[in-house]
Design a binder for this molecule. Structure first.
Ligand code: EPZ
Length: 418
């Protein structure tokens, strides 16, 4: 077990490079199984979700090797269509492999996926979509078992714009016979990134980023080298950290248009923001002003993956805020931990009622999930005095070099093995 020890109250100053997007790399790794030509994914972040995805690819018989930070995946010798429970439980993205493994082998067997404990996280939309493409599916003793003589294109209407279901159906449809149309598709930038990767290896996908995605089935795919987009959630986490701690920081290798809903809120908080090419500058040297409300929505609305970090910021604003989580049922588990630092937050149903306090004080807190854990770290950086954040393996799932980047910005943080 490892923890962070943090001495808070320091302003943040300096420049930080943003990692390649976790939520792009994971579906793209699943997509690599579709082709038997080698693919290179550039600048892959060193995070445990990626390492676990690589273990799953290895279990399927794919050959994965690193060239510096680039990852080369050769699926030509892939032979296995089963993902064991202990691997599937490690991360939500194991479910993306259903679409690509079925496309590759005509069958797949995978235990129900794991991932952050932030809600029920059903996979009904994934399975309904795959059935529309001709997949026969049975669920027995915790496994999803799929079989399919031939994948056939079809029209699929998603009940809700699920990111994972959209991606899974895209993967299964790439080599299906005929045309697939996904309606009410998720619009996240990572979906467009997956489309661009699939087209780079010879697929014919269009419409990602809108609510309707069209996939023309192709017979053969090829190899490619691909640089996925930068991680907008890591970028947003650092921007909110700067708003909380004060000072001024520059984010490099990021894109502001994927963050416009957060940037709008940070301006309301009184932060000064400047955007130049792939850099975002933020400056804040006074107590942030509260925003009246934050409502998480599917993209381009406010991202649920920044909800915890934004609530931490609201906790020290002058004034009150209401943060409403519309996507996941239990994504406020970090709130009692923030209250140990002196935050004044009451959760009622899907909303957190936040009374801004002058400042937080250091405390020992426990990370329950990836983004809630990150929110506790930035709250500890802004708090006066010493904090400990326990069980930081949750944070290691999605932030590479997290403490190194924070130290580069002047934050006092160190990792301790206990
Ligand atoms: C992806 O999860 C991301 N994970 C999540 O990021 C992110 O929070 C989420 O999209 C929303 O943006 C990856 O990309 C690996 P969904 P996913 O399917 O695909 C319901 C992080 O911190 N739903 O869009 O699991 C579901 O219950 C992680 O990086 C169904 O009802 O999210 C939820 O209420 C956390 N049936 C809503 O849709 C289904 O079959 C959104 O879920 C699927 C989803």
């Amino acid at each position: 077990m490892e923890k962070y020890v943090i001495n808070g109250g320091k302003k943040l100053e300096g420049s930080v490079n943003i990692q390649t997007a976790k939520n792009s790399v994971l579906p793209i790794l699943a997509a690599a199984v579709l082709t038997d030509s080698p693919v290179t994914i550039m600048n892959v972040p060193d995070i445990s979700d990626v390492r676990n995805m690589v273990r799953i690819l290895g279990c399927l018989g794919c050959n994965v090797r690193y060239d510096g930070q680039d990852m080369i995946i050769d699926s030509s010798s892939a032979y296995n269509c089963e993902i064991p429970r202990e691997l599937a439980h490690e991360l939500r993205s194991s479910v993306f492999l259903l679409g690509s493994v079925i496309s590759r082998f005509g069958k797949a067997k995978i235990a129900y996926p794991g991932g952050c404990d932030i809600g029920l996280r059903p996979v009904d939309l994934h399975l309904t979509g795959l059935k529309r493409l001709g997949v026969k599916i049975s669920e027995r003793n915790g496994f999803i078992v799929c079989g399919c003589d031939k994948l056939t294109g079809n029209e699929i209407m998603l009940d809700c714009p699920s990111v994972g279901a959209t991606e899974n159906i895209m993967l299964a449809a790439v080599k299906a016979e005929g045309t697939t149309v996904i309606k009410n598709a998720a619009r996240e930038p990572e979906i467009e990134d997956l489309q661009n990767f699939l087209n780079a290896i010879g697929a014919r996908v269009c419409g990602a980023g809108t609510g309707t995605i069209v996939i023309e089935g192709v017979k053969k795919l090829k190899g490619a080298s691909y640089q996925p987009i930068s991680d907008r959630i890591e970028a947003g986490t650092f921007l909110i950290a700067a708003a909380m701690c004060g000072g001024q920081i520059e984010l490099c290798g990021t894109s502001s248009e994927n963050l416009s809903s957060l940037l709008h809120k940070l301006r309301e908080n009184g932060c000064k923001l400047r955007i130049k090419n792939d850099k975002i500058y933020i400056k804040n040297d006074k107590r942030p002003v509260s925003v009246k409300s934050v409502e998480t929505q599917p993209y381009p609305g406010f991202p649920t993956d920044l909800q915890a970090q934004m609530t931490a910021l609201c906790a020290i604003c002058s004034g009150n805020s209401i943060v409403t989580e519309n996507l996941f049922e239990t994504r406020f588990k970090y709130v009692p931990e923030l209250c140990k630092m002196g935050a004044d937050i009451t959760v009622v149903g899907r909303s957190a009622f936040v009374r801004g306090v002058e400042g937080l004080k250091g405390a020992t807190v426990i990370a329950n999930d990836l983004r809630g854990g990150a929110a506790l770290v930035i709250a500890a950086l802004a708090a006066e005095g010493r904090s400990e954040v326990l069980d930081i393996s949750h944070i290691d799932r999605g932030y590479s070099q997290f403490e190194q980047k924070i130290r580069l910005l002047g934050g006092e943080i160190r990792r301790v093995v206990i």
